[in-house]
Each structure stands twice: as C-alpha cells, then as structure tokens.
Design a protein around this ligand. Structure first.
Ligand code: SF4
Length: 371
C-alpha cells in the first residue's frame, strides 16, 4: 500500500501573534464544536483517497491545535481511524502552545495515540517571547515538556525563531542552551520574516520595530547550526534539526514530494499527481459550501528538485544530461561554494552547501532556471 500523510488544520488561536500571516480565527467554543463536526464529516467523505493507501503520518497544525479540548483531537483521530487504514507505528503530531491548558490537554491526546509534539517556544528569553506575543515563560515551556515525557511522549520538537527584536548572539545562546537542557529530539529554527499586513509589518514600516541586521541574522543562523550540532542534532533541512531517527516523517513528505491530504480551511493536498486546497474560509468549510480549489499537477522533475534542495541530502536520482552538465559547470562558476554536484550510488546529485542554505532562494532559483 502507498503511504499517505494526513494534515488537519486547526485554525484557532486565543490571541494573534504580531508577525503571523497564517489563516486563523479567534478561538470560540461554539465555533470549535462546529468545526470538529465538519472535520469528522470531511474526513469520512475523503475515505476514497485511502483506497490502496496506508496513513503513516497525521499532523495537527495551526493555528493552535492545543486551544481545542483534547477530547476533540481524540475524536478527530478516531474519525481518521474509521475512514482510513492507519499504520500501527504512524507518527501522530500535534502542535502545542506551551500553557497551563496543557495539563488537561496532553493526557487526553496521549491516550488517543499522539506520539509527537511540536511546541511553539520561539525563544526562552522572556522579553523576546513577549515581543512575539507569547505569554508563557521558559519555566512553563519546561513544565510542558516534562509533562509530555511523563505521559510517554518523548518525540518532542521545539520552534526557535531567529532575527527577533532585541535578539543578540548571547540571548540566542541562552535559548540554544535551554533547548539542550530540555533534552528534546527535534528543533525547527525559522528566521523571522516581516509578512505583509501583519502588526510587525506596520510597525516596521513606521520605523517602530528595530530588527537585527542581515549580518547579525547570518551570525545567528551559523551559531544555531554549530550549537545544535554540538548538542547532537543533525541539520536535515534548511530550518530543521533532529537527533538521529527523529526527523519529522510528516514534513519529510512535503520535501520528498510524497502524497498528503489536507483537511480544513487553507489546507493543501497532493494526491494522484494533483494538487488542490480548501479555500481560507472557516464558515464555508463548516457549512460544506467551501469548494476544493484545483492547484495544478504536481510531481514534475522541476518541482521535485525545488523541494529536495531544501534537504541536506539534496536531490539525487535520474537527471537529464544537459541539466547535469550545466549544473556541474555552474558549481565551478556562479554557484561555486553554494552547491555540491556529483554522482554516487543513488545517482546524480545536487545539494546546497551550508553557505548555499543561507541564500537558498537565490541558489534554488538559479538551479531551476537550468531545467
Ligand atoms: S503564530 Fe501560531 S499561535 Fe501565533 S497567531 Fe499565528 S497561528 Fe496563532
């Protein structure tokens, strides 16, 4: 049977972070109950996608899945098990905001089979967390991680944000040391981007938001890689680091161009070579009026290269002769130092170096122009 990943979007947040442009709505208990019913119904109606397939990853992302009741997450997992064949060792991840609400939430989802958690920590430094709109302090993050482990969930990831207001090399070191002390298995380290229409965007354009310089952010990224590698993590993707065997199986599907089904407003799918997504409209999703929007064909050579270049191992496999010779030439010219190109047991490969990761958009863009 072919593997299939399931993504369930939980678009609710208690408050909105000033940098965030994801699709989300204010958490409201009536709306969340209706949403639960809509997810259960949609999951059943998607059961035909399960024919000949086995669900080996389930990912609850947001928004903030942990603002829902743990029983609601359990009910969605039960609906998935009713509609699909789920592998016994399926990776089941829930994104959580570290807060006291997790005292009730975590035991319920652990009982329902959740075996991986991703905590939105962003920073262990209280001032930095506050500037990002995050209320909990580092002690709360630690308490949540310890509770999860006590419940038997030790496959834990934390998010770290680079380039946040007032961050310095020493404050970042503090966050990295804190992560090491948590003894977690995975870290996602993202650079803060100023997205159009956000509170940060407005404050930045008014000159009221002071951010680290580009050179400082490069130094932050290099420090993050060096520290995490020193703490036993390996970088397997531009922004992701894992202890051996704890890479995110679900997120690897995106970069390996494998099949996944997304349920919920703004959730994207890639199945049977087709891409499609739900409109960003929670009311429409709940009423069943929201249509699935076709998003073209997927799985082309260009797409597979583009996605795989985000991974440390890069793209490896069959490659047209002209593309291979062009990229080989450029690896000694305009892309020198930014890519590794060659042949090994898996075939012809191209991968970005650490320097290439720092300017990945430009390097990947240049490589795609050669296809
Ligand atoms: S960053 Fe996460 S928690 Fe914050 S507003 Fe966006 S979706 Fe909600």
């Amino acid at each position: 049977m072919k593997p299939l990943g399931l993504y369930i979007h939980i678009p609710f947040c208690k408050s909105f972070c000033p940098y965030c442009d994801f699709y989300k709505v204010k958490a409201d208990s009536d709306l969340m109950q209706k949403y639960l019913e809509a997810v259960v119904k949609t999951t059943a109606s998607f059961s035909h996608y399960g024919e000949g397939r086995i669900v080996d990853t389930i990912y609850f992302g947001g928004g903030t899945p942990s603002v829902m009741d743990g029983d609601a997450i359990a009910a969605m997992i039960a609906a998935i098990r009713d509609a699909f064949v789920v592998a016994e060792d399926a990776e089941i991840t829930v994104e959580c905001n570290p807060s006291s609400d997790l005292l009730d939430f975590l035991p319920k989802i652990a009982k329902a089979g959740v075996n991986r958690l991703s905590f939105g920590m962003q920073s262990s430094v209280t001032d930095e967390r506050r500037s990002l709109g995050r209320a909990a302090d580092a002690a709360r993050v630690r308490a949540c991680v310890e509770l999860a482990k006590a419940l038997g969930i030790d496959n834990i990831s934390v998010d770290l944000m680079l380039g946040v207001p007032s961050q310095s090399l020493s404050s970042l070191s503090e966050s990295l040391d804190f992560i090491s002390s948590l003894d977690v298995k995975h870290v996602s380290a993202y650079m803060l981007k100023i997205e159009e229409g956000t509170v940060f965007d407005k404050r930045y354009s008014e000159g009221k938001l002071v951010l680290p310089t580009e050179d400082e952010v490069v130094a932050f990224y290099n420090l993050t890689i060096a520290s995490l590698e020193g703490y036993g993590f390996s970088q397997y993707e531009i922004s992701n680091f894992a202890k051996s065997g704890f890479e995110s199986r679900h997120n690897l599907k995106y970069w390996n161009d494998e099949e996944y089904l997304g349920i919920g407003p703004a959730a994207h799918s890639f199945v049977d070579g087709k891409r499609f997504f739900f409109e960003s409209d929670i009311e429409g999703f709940i009423s069943g009026d929201s249509s699935l929007v076709p998003d073209g064909e997927g799985g082309s050579f260009e797409e597979r290269v583009m996605l795989a270049l985000r991974l440390n191992k890069g793209f490896c496999g069959e490659m047209p002769d002209k593309f291979f010779s062009d990229i080989l030439n450029e690896s000694q010219a305009s892309l020198k130092g930014f890519v590794d190109v060659g042949e090994d047991e898996c075939g012809r490969f191209v991968r970005l170096t650490k320097e290439g990761f720092l300017v990945s958009n430009t390097v990947i863009g240049k490589i795609l122009e050669m296809i």
